[in-house]
Design a protein around this ligand. Sequence first.
Ligand code: B4P
Length: 207
Amino acid sequence: MLNIVLFGPPGAGKGTQSQKLIAKYKLVHLSTGDLLRAQIAEGTALGLQAKKLMDEGFLVPDEVVIGMIDSALEKNKQATGFIFDGFPRTVAQAESLDRLLAKHSTGVACMVALEVGEQELVKRLLERGKTSGRPDDQDEAKIRRRVQVYNTETAQVAGFYDVQQKFHSLNGIGEIETIFGQISDIIDQHPVAKAETPAAATKEVRA
Ligand code: B4P
């Protein structure tokens, strides 16, 4: 299996690049942000709990997102690989992901981090907020809180993968196609990507 973690601060381009990567590599897309927003749209108890935190720019509890990823992996046993988008966001989530993937006799192939400065992140997310309807994209103070949460709680996840020699970093500022080409070059270096052409149907997963 080919399992890729796409990493970076809010607005770095993870969701944007995920769409292109799932089309190219035929991997299953697992975005914890999308899974949580689906729960909110369905009005579940989990969604109600998550909405309060997400709207203010805080992370939802680890056990909630780990549980969602666990059931998504169970539902997609036929997949030839996954793009993890926005997960893991804490070291506890990263440790759980290793455990969950080991249950399926697989592991993370590589993490690709998109580096973008705070000013550009704020600009992009305020722009997206004009059309996305997402409360967390419409208020500069909340966007800056998300960046701060990334710096204090999430950035250290890079070290977790660096120790495993799976960490790769790219400049996330530039043409979307150029960045996509650079991510593809990193993935193509991986022995699993060289050895197999994933055949599973492209699809997005909702909880
Ligand atoms: P997410 O849904 O993961 O949202 P995000 O980080 O804001 O989006 P992303 O980074 O994918 O956006 P993109 O750059 O593609 O998380 C939302 C919230 O959910 C979190 O704050 C948290 O509360 C909760 N959550 C999710 N996962 C969690 C977890 N694991 N644990 C705990 N809580 C969790 O797009 C941004 C904009 O930039 C777009 O408009 C795009 O067009 C533009 N853009 C992209 N690339 C560009 C480029 N190269 N140049 C110019 N613009 C570009």
